[in-house]
Design a protein around this ligand. Structure first.
Ligand code: DGL
Length: 264
């Protein structure tokens, strides 16, 4: 059994391209439809109601595009909506949550730090996740409101990015964290600035590859992998300004893309 249908992936903007790249690396034959909800980014400062409405509209858009599986390539949207979406829609949905589990297992000092959006840190799901590990490690959190815009504006390798990373990470290192969790998909693109700020004082936990592995397992389990062995095609959509977003998507995806506009 196989399926040639595409995998649908979405985020508030460009951060989910880090998940897209990991999926492409692990599953090169799969077609991908990526939706960047640029018009509504950032999600991290939006209400639960707005994020839920956006996630639902985009899922319906991706289902209409005949996707076989959906990846919510956004921690904020996952922790806010995935339970409800899985109850409401039959399509398999995979999300991403801050990697507290791997960080807790890795930590030698028993102190970890989580970088995420304000909305993720406020959510019930995050509190539940945190509570599961709080007896074995001390968990410090840091909201990073300026990170998302640095990626959206392709300033992720600028000196402002380095200063911003330094200001978010300094308190975590001062608290003794030996693991720093990237709890937002945008932050993968800030890896060089974050690495500079962290130095050799802590390990950085990024869960893009584990998410791609989970997608692979799910496709196999449901017997809906694409077995044609032809290089997959990726199509990109945005709810924002196509002309403005095209260079940014191309840069972060790693090759020139043609972006289409939709307002689900
Ligand atoms: N990339 C998203 C995440 O993983 C959300 C960023 C935002 O829009 O605030 O949380």
């Amino acid at each position: 059994v196989n399926s040639n249908k595409p995998i649908g992936i979405f985020d508030s903007g460009l951060g989910g391209l880090s998940i897209c790249r990991a999926v492409k690396g692990m599953l090169p034959d799969e077609d991908i439809i990526y939706f960047a909800d640029t018009h509504y980014a950032p999600y991290g400062s939006k209400s639960k109601k707005t994020i839920t409405e956006r996630a639902e509209s985009i899922i319906q858009f991706l289902i209409a595009k005949d996707c076989k599986l959906i990846i919510i390539a956004c921690n904020t949207a996952t922790v806010t909506t995935i339970k409800m979406l899985r109850l409401k829609y039959a399509i398999p949905i995979i999300g991403i949550e801050p990697g507290i589990k791997p960080a807790s297992l890795n930590s030698k000092k028993g102190v970890i730090g989580v970088l995420a959006t304000e909305q993720t840190l406020k959510s019930d799901s995050f509190h539940t996740l945190k509570a599961q590990y709080s007896s074995s490690v001390t968990i410090n959190v840091q909201a990073c409101p300026d990170f998302v815009n640095l990626v959206e504006s392709t300033n992720h390798e600028s000196s402002i990015a380095i200063d911003t990373a330094e200001s978010y990470i300094r308190p975590l290192l001062a608290a003794g964290c030996d693991q720093i969790v990237l709890g937002c998909t945008h932050f993968s693109f800030l890896m060089s600035a974050i690495r500079l700020a962290v130095g050799n004082q802590a390990e950085i936990i990024d869960t893009a590859v584990p998410v791609a592995e989970e997608v692979k397992r799910k496709l196999q389990q449901l017997q809906i992998s694409n077995q044609e062995k032809i290089s997959g095609v990726a199509k990109f959509w945005t709810s924002g300004d196509v002309t403005m977003a095209t260079p940014a998507v191309s840069q972060l995806w790693g090759q020139a893309v043609t972006l289409s506009y939709a307002q689900p």
